[in-house]
Structures are given as C-alpha cells and as structure tokens.
Write a protein that binds this ligand. Sequence first.
Ligand SMILES: [Zn+2]
Length: 425
Amino acid sequence: MASDRTSHAAHAQGLLRFIDASPSPFHAVATSLEMLRAADFVETDFGATSHGSPGRHVIARDGALIAWVVPEGATSSTPFRIVGAHTDSPNLRLKPDPDANTFGYRRLGVEVYGGVLLNSWLDRDLGLSGRIAVRGARGVEQVLITVDEPILRVPQLAIHLDREISTTGLLLNKQQHLAPIFGLAGPNSSDIWHIVASAAGVSTDDIIGADLMLHDTQPSALIGIDHEFISAPRLDNQLSCHASLTALSGASNTETIAMVTLFDHEEVGSVSATGAATHSLPQLLSSISGDAAGHAQALSDSLFVSADNAHATHPNYPERHEPAHHIALNAGPVLKHNANQRYTTDAMTEGAFRLAAERAGVSTQAFVNRTDMGCGSTIGPTVSASLGMRALDVGCAQLAMHSCRELAGTNDPWDMTLLLAELLS
Ligand SMILES: [Zn+2]
C-alpha cells in the first residue's frame, strides 16, 4: 500500500461514497458486503462448520458484520489480529406509530438514538432510511429502504419567539421539539407508510415491522481551501469501518488470522445480539480455532484493535482539551489512553502500535482526556474483557463528534488504513 497525496485523496473519495451509500447501520453492512465480495470474501453463517478453513469468510447479520481471512496451514493455536469498529451513529429514529396530524402539519414522532447533538438536526433537509420487515415466502424478510429526497425537516423556532436563546442558549426538549414535519395535512396527503412502501416496492399491508431513521441528504464532500477536510455525516464511525475493511481486503497473513468485526449499538452501550457485548464473537473465534487447548493459546497470543474516532482539539474551545496532548487533523492516527480503562491501551499494546506505525510510515498522536473531565469510551473494554485479549484503542481525529454532520481530515483515513493493515498482519 502506497502513502502519497493521490492515495490519500482517492481513499477519502472512496470513504465519501461509502458514507453516502450507508445512511443506516443496515446499509453500512450492505455496503461493506459489496466491498468484501469484490475482494473475494464468501458469505457464510454462524452455523457453518467451515469457519476455520483457509480462505476469506464473512458473516453479516442485521447491523453487524464479521469478516476474516484464514491462511493456508493455520492450526487451532493460530492467533487472531482483529480490528473492531461500529456501524451505528447517533440519530433520530421513528417511533412505532409515528404519523400525526398536528396544527395542519404531517409530523413524525421520533426517539433520540444515542448521544445526539440535537441542534445539529434542525433546519436540515432530511431523508428517511433503514429497513422494514415484510411478509415473504419464507416468513419475515428484510427490505432496506432509502428515501434520499429531502422529505423531512425539523424547523427551528424563530429567534423572535425564543428571546432567552442569547442568554441561556438553545434548549431543546426531546419529546416536544424534534418531531420532523413532512407535509401539510389534507384529504389527499399520504401517510408515512405509503411513502415507505413505495420506496420499498411493496404494499403497505406487507409491512410488518420497521427500523427507520432520519439522515442528512446533503452529499458528503471534501471542503476547505485545499480540500483538507472531510465534511460528512456518520464519520464516527463509518470512517473506521471503511478503513478496516480496506485494510482487511489487502491482507496476506501467513501466521495469523486477520479479522474485522463491525458492531451495531455502540452508541447505546453495545449490549445486544449485534453489539460488541454479543456472545457471537467468542463463539465464532472458538469455532475457527477448533479445539479448546489450541484456542486458549490462540487467544493469549492475539490482539484486538478498537478503531473509533478521537476528538481533535477544537480551536474555539482549547480549554476543553488536555493542554499537553493536543490532537490535530491530518497529523496521523491517534492512540487513546485512559488510566481508568475507558480505553484499553497499555504499555505492551502501545509498543505494538508504535512498531506498526513505523512499518506503515505514518506519524501518530497520543490522546488523553483532561483529568477533571469525564472520558468517553467505546467497544475496546467490552470486547477485550469478554475475550481476555490484549487490546488498544485507536482512531482518526475529528471535530463535531455526534453532530448530524461531522468534520475530519482528508489525509487521516488513508494513514489509518496503512496502520490497520500493519496491525492486522
Ligand atoms: Zn464512535
């Protein structure tokens, strides 16, 4: 893998396409499967008996995906090199019976999913995406839907009617103030299920379940005077999904099993069948190894890399950051530290990170929180605890984390890909 300006820009453009094709975790999995099929991965399932056979395997389920490469000659004690990321991002999601007619407007009831920067969803042209369950020949079947036209809007209250905004700031009540409007009520206005059914190519009677959410319809872009920034939704954490899949696609390991795990539900605590706390991953690893003694040895020699974006120092709020550990955009992958184990990095895995960065030829940065501020966390501690596996937490720097539209550096995703390729090898 080469490291030059063209590779950085080309990879960033690929990331923009990945993000725009993936408005929901279910779409992120579908887009990932497309990438992996093009790289000769073959779909299998949790019940298969061929998990440990040499070759390229992938299992996709709902909003989660696990892909791995078993080299020729692998044994039950062959160690794993795993990169984990998450497919979900904070957003607004439809309630089960969302449609309401309020003061002449067609309005949708929404729940807040994860730690949303609520203000960032106001006055934006929003689409609708996710999946529905339909009656199929074999029972319940999943259909992905994307309405990319800007059919939804959450209009902000005018400043003249919100006089306290300049003194107390914008206060949004999650129940009252976030419901998007999608039309004016009238005898011929269609309800939301007609719009969804038409996008899915089914009849409204066939819809028997739904996981639907809002997304920004403005395409992702490279911005800034030299196109040095990526402006896009869901950079946390589709950036890491895309980087890890790119790295895995190029894997040619001979002594280790390279794997990427993309989990859902990180933004709400990871406890679900497709979240990082799932028992499916330990079971699958054990199935790949085959026998118990070999598997225990494999786990003790393995490494888990938790890849999730990191906070760049905000130039307007430098006081919110640890003063001796400023993080810049386009200055390379960030290694995250936290003595209280909100991040998993320790001396030994920091060493592995530094050696991998030297081999990849990328510069790196070290993140630690201010001691007087709470620290975020991600899937690293959950997965390393359940597997008993050494781990480290890495990520690309970004601003505006959990905004409807986030900002990262154009060069960082490719440098992260080069680093992950080394950590996977
Ligand atoms: Zn994240």
